[in-house]
Write a protein that binds this ligand. Sequence first.
Ligand code: NAP
Ligand code: MG
Length: 496
Amino acid sequence: MGDEIERRGEGAVTPTVPWEYAAAPESKEIVRIQDRYGLFIEGRFVGPLSGRTFETINPATEETLAVISEAGPEDVDLAVRAAEKAWESSWRDLPGRERAKYLYRIARSLQERSREFAVLESLNGGKPIKESRDVDLPLAAAHFFYYAGWADKLGFAFPNREARPLGVAGQVIPWNFPVLMAAWKVAPALATGNTVVLKPAETTPLTALLLAEVIQEADLPPGVVNIVTGAGATGAAVVNHPGVAKVAFTGSTEVGKIIRRAMAGSGKRLTLELGGKAANIVFEDAPIDQAIEGIVNGIYFNQGHVCCAGSRLLVQESVFEPVLDKLKERLGTLRVGDPLDKNTDVGAINSAAQLAKIQELVESGVEEGAEIYQPECHLPERGFWFRPTLFTGVSQSHRIAREEIFGPVLSILTFRTPEEALEKANNTPYGLSAGVWTEKGSRILWMTERLRAGVIWANTFNRFDPSSPFGGYKESGFGREGGLHGLEPYLDLVPR
Ligand code: NAP
Ligand code: MG
């Protein structure tokens, strides 16, 4: 410090005071993790008939957090039967205003226990506490509030048609937004009068099991929501069970294809929310500093484990250099490390398997001739970590420009004209989201009309709201979640 002041006195270049953030860890005290968890069937936690269990870990430390039950086909069968029974004996005939009360109760409880959920989400999934606290939990509660509001208004939502529930919804979700995805699935299903069998991801079961506790406390009739933990085979048992009337899946395109094939001809209803490779397009007239924040939020939010991540940055050639310089500088300020530290921007990679997938794709980028940039940063010794990364010199044929990496890795391409930007943006089998940065309103409209993506952000990125529908084109899936659109997949709309 003394040296710094001396140099400043000498009128040296802009002084950089070397300082470090003090650790600011969120306390774990609020969370009580049990040693083992049963399956949540018919309102109770029960041991698995399969007799099998697995361990769930903290990806930031590799420590075991709890032993989780693995639901086999016989357990899934019990859960589906419980859901059928609950549907027939109470839930489908309950007036909407009564169903709404339960949803409001769950929403309030999520708010009241928000810190507990947020800490548990970060412990089990590796995401920074500031994200689970400020994004995942508020949005999860908002989803229950929002759909509670629809429960008694279904008769007005679809004029001249009667809205009838379908029965048991089988729902399978991924590990990137565990409790938020559970809310996206459970809230509209219950609001519309369906009952649920939910399968959380293998690596992140804990907040779904805490949600089961909340559901117990909300006094939901037993069997209206059942939560069966396990891996892919458990998910397959849920979607293929003949008692399931509707399947809602969020996950990879690969598994989405398997599910669609398996369900063909079954008469079940299906929605698929799959992968993405979104273009985030920056025009030369864009507010550059604001765009930098949007680019960073677009790809480094949640370690890039985001289906709608802006993983392909398209920059107009005339501003490529300033954008790249500013982006590199900003990357250097990102703090990677302990997910429970309130200063952390980039947390742990969710699993060893996901880390291996990211590493493999990044290596392919280097081998295929793109230029890699990673800022200096210290990574913890234990746990799964990956530096925020960007690639320049990327061509459209590179795997890093075509395949979903699902990690903190940005591929940068350039363009000269809006037509070229559009052609490059749409040159993907996916179509989940896109971003457009420009000062010109007419250009935003021109682009959004032509981009083949379900969600398009203008001068912002990764914004979510329960009233806004979300979903894909092409290999990103079909069906919408959120908003009025999110009710339809759970309803039979019969002409009155
Ligand atoms: P995944 O392997 O497809 O898994 C998703 C869920 O499906 C998990 O619960 C998984 O269990 C289960 N599953 C696996 N095989 C199954 C099968 N044959 N039948 C039924 N269920 C099965 O995806 P992931 O790797 O966990 O998640 C990352 C992917 O999800 C990315 O591609 C991402 O883009 C996509 N995603 C999309 C959205 C969206 O809204 N569009 C949101 C989030 C993520 P396990 O946990 O045991 O694998
Ligand atoms: Mg998987």
